[in-house]
Design a protein around this ligand. Structure first.
Ligand code: GLC
Length: 605
């Protein structure tokens, strides 16, 4: 990389003088070091002049002591009320309406909802109004833009997972800047070490969310500065780790390249490093016996205690998709050969494991029902020692003759039989599910339409935990009461994932029908975050209104149904090498015939 024209900004680690991390930044860079709430962690601000930040390039050199303690990125700005000038300089479409600041770096255009012609137009207006700016450039969308909400919590932040449908909507509309900025700015946040109670886990984690804070510039009353302030879970309710963020980031990066045809972003040194850091974190050895990712409860869209610790399907599907996407984008060079080998091996093992052990349909359920237990041997059929009594009574009735799905989680002696929408839909999109399994999942949606779509698409999971199970598994969580929020609530944002999946399987009518159901209420109900009750009849007890990913999810569903070909930017097609390796594993499967040799086999593609 041509570094000579860039000033070298060196981020000193707080534990000593060794330089662990260097970035190439524009001129006039300097440091500020301040104390963060009396903790031993130093809060370091990187400053540089406005506009320059937009073009900032980073290069990482990982020394032996990678312990930089950055807290926030800042850039100097003029007063907030002059930012419209900045936007006008960039000819932003927002200027077509009046711009008002709603604080926190977000600007809302004054909406004239009554005047818009269609739900789609309204959605676009709202989506634009949710845009968040950093130093005058759009970098994301706020989670919810509900003016009537008095307890905003962290809904005034840009969530990585929430931005994905927004990003896709902008990409499909040909508005690329916001996505590019989002990708590059969140990348800068990635390298900042997350710390909680003096503990610093591995690098590579992407934040759950970030906030743009506009604060007065020290010693200068006439100026403000924007600060990018990330939350890696250390401030989040329940201190949940955002495992999905990095996986979504990779998926969006690939979609950006495919949509724009501009591969220069994914080829940048810092972006390649970012991909590798995420992969290294995910592929690191641990105590785990399974190829699936082991995570704590609440590490994805369901970011509260819901009994999904272990190996939840949603994370596995995103992991698989991110591995395939990364493989496409990683530049082949000697230095990354080992990583790519590890990635390939994991892909094979992961797809085998999930397809074989997470899948249930009538046939498999009947097999489990007749399982023998306590099998000590390499050839065990009931490998995970599942007691047939675990099959819940609701499932015996609920499983249709035609259709099936991936269970929510698999652990020793434990199958979580709940149906989780996002994990199943993304298994289709990523080709983690086989072609037959993918069709069967869509068959299930059709067979169980009332339960999974009901009055408002889409159930986040089915069924709800009730009674003693709810008390034990959620810890009597009053927000996750039965058929509310994460516990069997209905989330309009999931429409876009349903649309990608049904287009991929050439069954777009499923998504079309779900969109029609949503259109009956979604705008009248002010784009609620989620719905409660078995059929999704009520707006959720604590649901935010004008929830951005409800808006963006709808927009993306409509865009894709209009132009199904565009779904390709998100879909991972199954590659033949993987299929071959997979069939080798199938033939080594104990349910057919298992030899000791088969267990130790590794696959190098
Ligand atoms: C809730 C959701 C989470 C989402 C966040 C912001 O916490 O569970 O998935 O990212 O709100 O909308």
């Amino acid at each position: 990389m041509a570094a000579t024209s860039e000033a070298l900004l060196q981020v000193l680690c707080s534990t000593g003088p060794s330089i662990s991390h260097t970035r190439l930044c524009p001129n006039k860079s300097k440091f500020l070091v301040s104390t963060n709430q009396g903790l031993r962690f130093r809060s370091e601000k990187v400053k540089f002049s406005r506009h320059k930040s937009y073009n900032m390039i980073s290069a990482f050199h990982y020394g032996p002591n990678v312990s930089d303690r950055l807290r926030s990125l800042t850039c100097k700005c003029r007063k907030i009320d002059s930012v419209s000038d900045v936007i006008s300089e960039k000819n932003d479409p927002l200027l077509k309406g009046d711009i008002a600041t709603n604080g926190n770096g977000t600007f809302s255009s004054s909406l004239n909802i009554g005047g818009v012609n269609s739900i789609e137009e309204e959605a676009w207006e709202l989506l634009r109004a949710s845009m968040v700016y950093y130093c005058g450039n759009p970098v994301g969308t706020i989670a919810a833009n509900d003016p009537s909400d008095s307890s905003i919590l962290n809904y005034d932040q840009v969530f990585i997972r929430d931005f994905i449908p927004s990003g896709i909507a902008f990409l499909l509309k040909g508005e690329y800047d916001i996505v590019r900025n989002f990708i590059l700015h969140t990348l800068q946040l990635q390298s900042w070490e997350k710390t909680m109670d003096c503990h610093s886990p591995g690098q590579g984690l992407m934040p759950a969310s970030f906030k743009v804070r506009t604060v007065p510039l020290d010693g200068d009353d006439s100026a403000t500065e924007d600060i990018l302030d990330p939350d890696f879970g250390e401030a989040a309710i329940g201190r949940v780790a955002p495992v999905d963020s990095g996986l979504w980031w990779i998926i969006l990066l690939r979609a950006y390249g495919k949509c724009t045809g501009d591969l220069s972003v994914q080829e940048r040194v810092d972006v390649q490093t970012g991909i590798k850091m995420i992969l290294k974190l995910c592929l690191a050895d641990g105590f785990d016996m399974f190829p699936t990712l082991l995570v704590t409860d609440g590490s994805c869209m369901i970011d509260r205690r819901m009994g999904i610790h272990g190996h939840p399907l949603e994370i596995q599907a995103l992991f698989y998709s991110a591995l395939l996407s990364a493989r496409e984008m990683l530049i082949r060079e000697d230095a990354s050969a080992d990583l790519i080998t590890a990635l390939n091996n994991r892909l094979v093992a992961l797809s085998f494991h999930v397809r074989e052990y997470y899948w249930i349909d009538m046939r498999k359920l009947n097999e489990i029902y007749r399982y023998k237990t306590e099998e000590y041997s390499y050839d065990a059929v009931n490998k995970f020692n599942i007691y047939p009594d675990q099959i819940p009574p609701w499932l015996v009735e609920w499983m249709p003759n035609k259709g099936g799905y991936m269970i929510g989680n698999l652990q020793p002696a434990h199958m979580d039989f709940r149906f989780f929408s996002l994990g199943n839909l993304w298994s289709i999109v990523s080709s983690l599910a086989t072609n037959d399994q993918s069709h069967a999942i869509l068959d299930l949606y059709e067979a169980k339409w009332r339960d999974l779509v009901g009055d408002m698409p889409l159930k986040i999971c089915y069924p709800a935990l009730e009674g003693q199970e709810w008390r034990i598994i959620t810890g009597s969580d009053p927000k996750n009461t039965p058929w509310s929020y994460h516990n069997g609530g209905s989330w309009p944002t999931l429409l876009w994932q349903l649309t990608v999946a049904s287009i991929k399987m050439n069954r777009p009518e499923i998504a079309e029908n779900a969109v029609k159901v949503a259109e009956r209420r979604i705008s009248k109900d002010k784009w609620a975050e989620y719905y409660d009750t078995k059929r999704g009849r009520f707006i959720g007890k604590q649901a935010r209104l004008f929830q951005t990913w409800s808006i963006a999810g709808y927009v993306v569903a409509k865009q894709l149904l209009d132009n199904p070909d565009a779904a390709k930017v998100l879909v991972n097609v199954e590659d033949t090498e993987l299929v071959n390796a997979f069939s080798c594993m199938i033939s080594a499967n104990p349910r057919r015939k298992r030899s000791r040799k088969g267990i130790n086999q590794t696959f190098i593609i």
